[in-house]
Design a protein around this ligand. Structure first.
Ligand code: NAD
Ligand code: GLY
Length: 364
């Protein structure tokens, strides 16, 4: 088992990565302070892993909430069943919420934990690659608004993260690839070496080679832990983790939540950020080609779907991007690339070049 640490003073916590972690009752119990536990999952994941996780809490007063499955349910109303159950059972401030699932369950459960009684403990048990490499770490919790992705939320760090890599065996190929998008993101942001490693190991990752997957998860989590420790509330460098997200969130919202997976939208968004970087001369076209090749090798899209009924025009892109969380005092900030494995945040880009990128990718 690999153990990493997110170093945040009194809110520090470990990330455990490895096979069969969910069989270890003593490991998780160390991070549950009271006697009350509420497991939150969805119908798909519960059918696979709920019994195992219930087994970890046989000595506790343990309740379960099973939510419907899908990004479309990651709404403000969607967390009410969690709060209702906590209230009905009169769970006190020492209750621990357990998020058993992908990023949707993790974000919703974390947000419910952040607001119930002004904040209670929670533990992340991520079961998708995307959640194991990104969403379960760092304390961003929340839900979507019809007008903008993740617009309602709170920073609330978990007590620990338990990433049992065995759970990835039941994930379908499309979801595995969606997780690889966030893995590629870490390489593009700050590690050319990891980019080369990914290029050499993409087949092994897609075949779910456990050694390759564990290394990719460890690298990603270590990178994220370092960034979060330095800038928990995204005053500066944490924004780099949003490479491709301004475009990607516009794509997710524009196409309708759930129509394009989060990881797929981020993959297209990263290509758009690279395209804009080329137009400024900050990276060369061959670098853009290398990025496109790696994203394609991960079986991810590099362009918006055109078969979908919903199209995104340049005007729609601009409207959606204007609501991005990285708009400060009316000015949009984007994460761009100045080399393979090197990124920066900037509001100092040419608006005409941005329009050229949008024109190249818009479908409407
Ligand atoms: P998801 O949670 O919707 O899970 C994807 C699908 O896989 C779902 O149908 C789920 O039921 C199923 N599933 C989960 N685990 C499974 C398993 N082991 N076996 C079989 N099926 C399984 O999607 P996701 O990609 O995990 O997460 C995307 C969400 O994460 C988005 O809402 C995104 O905004 C959020 N996110 C948050 C952060 C953050 O820092 N908080 C970072 C990145 C993404
Ligand atoms: N996924 C971006 C972040 O956690 O900051």
């Amino acid at each position: 088992m690999i153990t990493l640490n997110v170093d945040l003073d009194e809110r520090s916590y470990p990330i455990f990565i490895g096979q069969d972690i969910l069989n270890d009752k003593s490991l998780i119990s160390h991070y549950v302070s009271g006697k009350q536990v509420l497991i939150v999952s969805n119908e798909t994941i519960a059918s696979l892993y709920l019994d195992k996780v219930l087994g970890l809490f046989s000595d506790y007063q343990c309740e379960t909430v099973i939510l419907p499955d899908g990004e479309v349910y990651k709404t403000y109303d969607g967390i009410f069943p969690i709060i209702d159950r906590l209230m009905e059972k009169q769970f006190d401030r020492r209750v621990t919420l357990i998020a058993l699932g992908g990023g949707v369950i993790g974000d919703m459960t974390g947000y419910a934990a952040a607001i119930y009684r002004r904040g209670v403990n929670f533990i992340q048990i991520p079961t998708t690659l995307l959640a194991q490499v990104d969403s379960s770490v760092g304390g961003k919790t929340g839900v979507n608004h019809p007008l903008g992705k993740n617009m309602i939320g709170a920073f609330h760090q978990p007590q620990c993260v338990l990433a049992d890599t065995n759970t990835l065996n039941t994930l379908d190929d499309r979801q595995l690839s969606a997780g690889l998008a966030e893995v590629i993101k870490y390489a593009l942001i700050n590690s050319q070496e990891f980019f080369v490693w990914l290029s050499n190991n993409m087949t092994a990752l897609k075949q779910r080679n456990s050694e390759a997957l564990e290394y990719a998860i460890e690298f990603s989590c270590q990178d994220k832990a370092d960034v979060v420790a330095a800038d928990e509330k995204e005053a500066g460098q944490r924004a780099l983790l949003n490479l491709g997200h301004t475009f990607g969130h516009a794509i997710e919202t524009g196409l309708g939540y759930g129509n394009c997976l989060h990881g797929e939208a981020i993959a297209i968004g990263m290509v758009m950020a690279a395209d804009l970087s080329v137009r400024h001369g900050w990276i060369d076209t061959p670098v853009l080609q290398q990025i496109i090749e790696l994203i394609k090798a991960a079986n991810l899209p590099t362009q918006l779907p055109i078969t979908n009924d919903v199209r995104i025009s340049v005007e729609k892109f601009i409207e959606l991007m204007a609501g991005d969380k990285k708009v400060l005092d009316g000015q949009l900030h984007l994460i761009l690339l100045n080399a393979l494995g090197s990124s920066f945040i900037s509001a100092d880009f040419d608006i005409d070049k941005l329009k050229q990128t949008l024109e190249a990718f818009a479908t409407g």
